[in-house]
Design a protein around this ligand. Structure first.
Ligand SMILES: Nc1nc2c(ncn2[C@@H]2O[C@H](COP(=O)(O)OP(=O)(O)O)[C@@H](O)[C@H]2O)c(=O)[nH]1
Ligand SMILES: [Mg+2]
Ligand SMILES: [Zn+2]
Length: 352
């Protein structure tokens, strides 16, 4: 039977992915995209429609393109097994909130990240910078969106202020209420889109506006065979128009820096540029002599708040790296002990 991946096209399947897939995949395996992950299983979109699949060994995340073995029979939707993950074009990683010293991948293959901020109150610039660093690091392109433009005090001022902390990023003001700016936003959103921002920023409302219908209504599931089989799956990845998709990942409130050095540098290019001129290569830009960054702050060329924000993210990034080093160290010790224990058992066994 010829493969028909037209259903998958709605989830972003294209010729580029098809080539990647053909080059990497054993014959017989089929492509799929992860819509949501829970323990050991996931919801996937495949040519046959939406199914459940058994996860393989590697940890999956929403947005992953995977190879599937099995038939994906309509009455046996779980017969798919994820056999491998296609290389990720981007991954959004945060230091895990649970205090574990590991990075956590929130979403993969994201092309555009909307950094959402409500324009109707005090705009938290530090949070925007944090999310920008996370986004640049991930490989996705950020678009900073000031939401609730209809109820902002002065949307032009807000946009100017935000643009100053988002060099290299597009900054837009929108209202999901009046639809002001929505067409411009729609035009800049490309590929797989994720919306990040604090609770109350208007993320869900924005998602609904982009989808053109209520987000919750999207729980109704299409099937590939048209027989109307109804499965209740909660999806975090939803088709937008034109093969674009929207990822709505819960739990993005406390995003910590994880291995995000390059992302931080890209967020603060005016500071990054100066660092090479500091006298000490490990300058912390606090009280060292001949610090080019502090000098620029004194001359009013770099904003004090920007430097403080930069240092905060850098410190956090370094701290998380230390934690991860400590964890790797502990793991290595545990492994060594396990090996020596096994050896001991082995030799003891031989002596008996
Ligand atoms: N006036 C106005 N209110 C909005 C707009 N977008 C969102 N809101 C309101 O802001 C609140 C939070 O929005 P919500 O989408 O739930 O935010 P989320 O927590 O980021 O998903 C809700 O009461 C929305 O009705 C907008 O464009 N204009
Ligand atoms: Mg919400
Ligand atoms: Zn310095």
């Amino acid at each position: 039977m010829p493969e028909n991946n037209s259903f998958l096209t709605e989830y972003g399947w294209n010729t580029l992915l098809s080539d990647k897939f053909d080059a990497l995949t054993p014959p017989g395996d089929k492509p799929g995209r992860v819509l949501r992950v829970d323990r050991g299983q996931c919801d996937i979109a495949a040519a046959t429609g939406i199914s459940r699949a058994v996860s393989g060994n590697e940890p999956l995340c929403t947005g992953d393109w995977v190879t599937l073995a099995g038939s994906g029979q309509i009455d046996w939707p779980e017969t798919y097994t994820v056999t491998s993950i296609l290389p990720r074009s981007s991954s959004i990683i945060r230091s895990s909130a649970s205090g574990k010293s590991e990075g956590q991948i929130l979403a993969a293959n994201v092309d555009t990240v909307v950094v959402a901020t409500a324009a109707d109150g005090d705009v938290d610039l530090g949070r925007i910078e944090r999310l920008l660093a996370l986004t640049w690091e991930s490989g996705a392109t950020p678009v900073v969106v000031l939401t609730k433009a209809d109820v902002a005090q002065n949307i032009y001022d807000a946009r100017t202020t935000v643009s100053a902390v988002a060099p290299g990023a597009t900054v837009l003001a929108v209202s999901a209420e009046t639809h002001e700016g929505m067409d411009v936003l729609d035009a800049v959103l490309d590929g797989t889109v994720a919306i990040l921002g604090p609770s109350g920023a208007g993320k869900s409302t924005l998602a609904n506006a982009l989808l053109g219908h209520s987000f919750l209504d999207t729980g109704a599931v299409r099937t590939g065979d048209g027989k109307g089989r109804h499965t209740t799956v909660t999806r975090e990845l939803i088709p937008l128009s034109g093969g674009r998709t929207l990822i709505d990942t819960p739990g993005l409130r406390g995003v910590g820096m994880w291995n995000a050095g390059e992302g931080i540098d890209k967020t603060f290019p005016e500071i990054e540029e100066l660092i090479a001129n500091c006298r000490f290569s490990d300058c912390s830009h606090t009280s060292e002599p001949e610090c080019a960054v502090r000098r620029a702050v004194e001359l009013g060329e770099v904003h004090e708040r920007r430097l403080a924000s930069y240092r905060k993210l850098q410190r956090e990034n370094a701290w998380n790296a230390t934690r991860s080093d400590a964890r790797l160290q502990a793991e290595r010790v545990r492994e060594m002990k396990a090996i020596s224990r096994r050896l001991k058992d082995h030799y003891r066994g031989r002596r008996q």
